[in-house]
Write a new protein. Structure first.
Length: 94
């Protein structure tokens, strides 16, 4: 998040969903995998997968979040931005 702020970009949450597939228990060895799936001129989308590493990498939760790209005053950022150009260049997401 600090990198986004450095470029004058803030990411307020505008949508999220979570689907719990299997329960998580205290002491389970959990890994959260995060992937950026959409880089749009006004928003970013991420998908998340929680995996129980003690149970053959069993997926226990899937989720997604959508974040608007705004400036400090919460005005949408439209079009090209130095940070968006950098994200597109460093990822396979378009």
């Amino acid at each position: 998040m600090v990198e986004f702020i450095k470029y004058g970009v803030y990411l307020p949450l505008i949508d999220s969903r979570c689907k719990c597939i299997y329960p998580i228990r205290f002491g389970d060895n959990i890994t959260v995998r995060t992937q950026m799936t959409i880089i749009h001129s006004t928003y970013l989308e991420f998908k998340y997968e929680m995996v129980n590493m003690d149970n053959e990498d069993k997926t226990i939760t899937k989720a997604f979040s959508k974040h608007a790209l705004t400036d400090l005053d919460m005005n949408l950022i439209f079009g090209s931005n130095e940070l968006l150009d950098l994200l597109k260049a460093k990822s396979n997401v378009q």
